[in-house]
Design a protein around this ligand. Sequence first.
Ligand code: IPM
Ligand code: MG
Length: 371
Amino acid sequence: MKKRIAVVPGDGIGPEVIKQAIKVLEAVSNRYNHEFILDYALMGAIAIDETGDPLPQETIDICKMSDGVLFGAIGDPKYDNDPTAKVRPEQGLLRLRKALGLYANIRPVRLFASLMDRSPLKEERILGTDLVVYRELTSGIYFGDKGRVEGGCAAFDTCYYTVEEITRIAKMAFEAATRRRGLLTLVDKANVLESSRLWREVVQKMALEYPDVSVDYLFVDNAAMQVVQQPSRFDVILTENMFGDIISDETSVITGSIGLLPSASLGLSSSLFEPIHGSYPEAAGKDIANPLATILSLAMLLEHVGLIEEARRVEAAVELVIDKGLVTPDLNDEHFISCSKVGDVVAMMVESDLDEDTSFDNIFEGNLPLI
Ligand code: IPM
Ligand code: MG
């Protein structure tokens, strides 16, 4: 099979984690005889440095031509503390979401049994956690009218939603709930916001078409509490853009494995896959970042283009490296290997059939195991 993939490394640790995912992609291509055509493109602070624009037109064109976009991370501290900066790296990502029509951001949160002790929550609370957030991504307060008035002394942002925008993502979320445990929770602020009342109206009507899905409704403040009190009660969480931004960061830390969580943004012209974590500038260039979330994002991309077996194999390899303790310092600060070694091992596991007894001990001394 031949597929075209746009590769957007971005900022901070983005390039180094993407490099590992590409090793894994090469392993998939060797094992299954696929041809992946990779087109690299710039976005974020690096694109500002090189072109003055966080999202050059060329990047949009490359992404639109692709079967899927693999993206690293965005953001650079030199822009964060300057509220007057006219161009910001994040504008690149927001414009790309709009340009590709990436309206559904999907963030699955699952538990890795061997990493349970890394969670900030007690084990008995997180047991059974298996949820996914469906966040609307191209509308709401992020994209509504905004501006300064009163000579700059007042500012506003508008949360605007159409029935169509709500319906298309709600449909995806209902379908996901049908495939999963049949529970959909709409998170909103319908006691205060008119736009939230529209969300409820639309979702209540749609619920009639999905008799197998039970729907509940939570105000966002209550939801923020419940996701940490009892995360296992959630299956599919559906929400608008800004609530989704906040709730999905919260859900991503529940299991203690933010360095492991992938995400997909599905849309009208192409889809984008990226790790949930940010650009982690303090770690950039040190070869210590955890590449597994990016590798799992690649697995989501493979699944999305129909390469299901390949996706499962990549996921299995990731589980194996975690079980064998072949991880970066964020997961084990006493016994760890580098970012690039994790990439090497996952790629090797994907490409070759390893024996149950293959020893990985020598990897800590700088060698790949002989097979
Ligand atoms: C995310 C990020 C972005 C967002 C930023 C980088 C613009 O926080 O993908 O969740 O707010 O959507
Ligand atoms: Mg966010």
